[in-house]
Design a protein. Structure first.
Length: 240
C-alpha cells in the first residue's frame, strides 16, 4: 500500500467534489463516506487497456471467421481490420505493460489470498460473510486475473508478431502461433466477460472505482475488509 491517510472531513479546496479532486493524484485515502481506491492515472491506463482490447477483439473476430464478417463494417471493411488489428495489438500490449507496472507491487499472492481462493473462502465471499476476513485491497481472484491478463497479453503479442511477420519464422512456429493466438484470445475473452460481470452487475458499487476513483466505506467493508481496516485504522462494524 503506497499511502495511508485519514481525511474524515472533506477538504475545503474550492473544488466541487473533494473526493474526486483527491482521486486525481492519490489513493487509499478516506474522504467523508468514501475511500479513494484508484488514482486518475491508474484509471486512464485501465481504460486504455480495455479500449485497445475491444478494438483488437472487434477487428480480429471478422478476420477469424466469416460468420462474424459483418463486424468489419464497424471499421470500414475487412481490409481496414487487417491493417488495424496488429497495430491495435501493439497498443494493447504497450498499455498492458503500463498496467503491469502500476499494479504489480500490489498483486503478490499471500497465504490469505490462497485461503480466499479455496472453495470455502470463495463461498464465504460470495455469501457476503467475510467482514472479518483477511481480504486486502485486491482479493485472490483479482490478483489471479491480473497475472492471467499479463501472461495473456504476452502470449497474444508474441504469437501475433509471428503472424504479422511470417517470413521471419519457421513453418512449425507459424502454425503453432495461429493455434495459440486463437486459444489465448478465447480464454482471454471468457476471462474478461467474467471480469466485466464481477466489476458491474455482480458487485454494485465496484464500477465507480474505475470511473470516479472512489468506493463507499460500506463497499470496502463488505468486499475488502482488511483494506478497509488499514485505510480507516478501525475495525469494521459487523452489524451492517
Ligand atoms: C468494459 C470492460 C471492463 C470493465 C467494465 C472493467 C471493470 C473493472 C473494474 C470496476 C475494476 C476495479 C475493481 C475493484 O476496484 O475492485 C477493474 C480492475 C481491473 N481490470 Fe478491468 N474492466 C474492463 C476491462 C478490462 C480489461 C480488458 C482488462 C485486461 C486486459 C482488465 C483488467 C483489469 C485488472 C488487471 C484490474 C485490477 C484487478 C481487479 O480489480 O480485478 N479490465 N476493472
Amino acid at each position: 500500500m503506497r499511502r495511508m491517510a485519514l481525511t474524515d472531513r472533506p477538504p475545503q479546496n474550492g473544488m466541487g467534489d473533494p473526493a474526486m479532486a483527491l482521486a486525481r493524484r492519490t489513493e487509499d485515502v478516506v474522504v467523508g463516506d468514501e475511500i479513494v481506491r484508484e488514482r486518475l492515472s491508474a484509471r486512464l491506463v485501465h481504460w486504455t487497456v480495455a479500449l485497445t482490447f475491444f478494438v483488437c477483439l472487434f477487428t480480429g473476430l471478422p478476420i477469424w471467421t466469416p460468420y462474424l464478417g459483418s463486424l468489419a463494417n464497424l471499421f470500414g471493411g475487412l481490409h481496414v481490420c487487417r491493417v488495424l488489428h496488429p497495430w491495435a495489438g501493439v497498443a494493447f500490449a504497450a498499455a498492458s505493460v503500463l498496467m503491469f507496472g502500476q499494479w504489480v507491487s500490489q498483486m503478490k499472492l499471500t497465504p490469505a489470498d490462497r485461503e480466499f481462493l479455496k472453495p470455502r473462502g470463495l463461498l464465504r465471499y460470495f455469501q457476503y460473510r467475510n467482514e472479518d476476513a483477511d481480504v486486502g485491497k485486491y482479493n485472490g481472484g483479482q490478483k489471479l486475473l491480473f497475472w492471467a491478463a499479463a501472461l495473456g497479453a504476452l502470449g497474444l503479442l508474441a504469437t501475433g508478431l509471428v503472424m504479422w511477420f511470417p517470413l521471419g519464422f519457421g513453418q512449425r512456429l507459424r502454425e503453432a502461433s495461429y493455434l495459440l493466438h486463437d486459444v489465448a484470445f478465447s480464454l482471454f475473452f471468457a476471462m474478461i466477460i467474467g471480469h466485466i460481470y464481477l466489476g458491474t452487475a455482480a458487485e454494485p458499487g465496484t464500477f465507480r472505482s474505475m470511473i470516479r476513483g472512489t468506493v463507499t466505506k460500506s463497499w470496502a467493508q463488505l468486499h475488502h475488509p482488511r483494506w478497509y481496516r488499514e485505510v480507516t485504522s478501525q475495525r469494521p462494524k459487523t452489524d451492517t
